[in-house]
Design a protein around this ligand. Structure first.
Ligand code: PLP
Length: 198
């Protein structure tokens, strides 16, 4: 964000800046979205909703996951947050205690180490390489899993590399001891998959 703020400052001085810092769509918000937002406000949808998110939206999210990924997740398990950062902070708040560890790729989305540190936990970074398609290497992950490990962040499409992880098994083979094949959790390890839809 510091780089963005400096870029905006230079733009105000008339400099022509190519933005490579934040991940934002390079097109205006489509009219259909703008119109729906304005209509909702005019119709008086300006009050608190259910604390976990509007029930219809949660049902729509569950239905999207069913149709798109074949994942049968009940809408009661869907929580709507203001952006991905809110979701990640809630997930980390649930999982982490001081001194615990979260594995993540290096490079990673810039805010994740700060999110983890804010709960007194430690970000453990695992170097990824272009020649491996910027995918995490199972052996490298295994070496970093210890008694304090609480989560592995799989970001897809990844920021900043753009790499897509289609399944946990693609990164960590199912026969691997730390992750059972049918679920994204082991005794002391949760996998946090992050999909950011811009
Ligand atoms: C991987 C990742 N996580 C979180 C965020 C932050 O998203 P939000 O602005 O929705 O909080 C971004 C934004 O680009 C991202 O790429």
């Amino acid at each position: 964000m510091d780089v963005l703020e400096e870029a905006i400052r230079l733009e105000k001085q008339g400099r022509d800046i190519v933005h490579l810092e934040v991940g934002e769509p390079d097109f205006p918000t489509p009219d259909i979205v703008v119109d729906a937002g304005i209509r909702a406000l005019r119709e008086g949808h300006t009050r608190y909703t259910h604390s976990l998110g509007h029930p219809k939206l949660r049902e729509a999210v569950a239905s999207f996951y069913r149709k798109t990924y074949g994942v049968d997740v009940s809408s009661s398990r869907v929580i709507v947050t203001v952006g991905s950062s809110g979701a990640m902070l809630l997930a980390f708040a649930t999982l982490l205690d001081p001194g615990t560890e979260v594995l993540m790729s290096d490079p990673h989305y810039a805010c994740y180490p700060n999110f983890v540190s804010s709960f007194g936990a430690l970000p453990v970074q695992i170097r990824i390489h272009e020649e491996d398609g910027f995918l995490l290497d199972a052996e490298a992950v295994r070496k970093r899993v210890g008694p304090q490990t609480r989560a592995l962040v799989l970001n897809s499409p990844a920021n900043p590399t753009g790499t897509r992880v289609m399944s946990a098994a693609e990164t960590i083979p199912s026969q691997h001891p730390i992750v059972p094949s049918q679920a994204g959790r082991a005794d002391n390890l949760r996998i946090i998959r992050v999909r950011v839809r811009n």
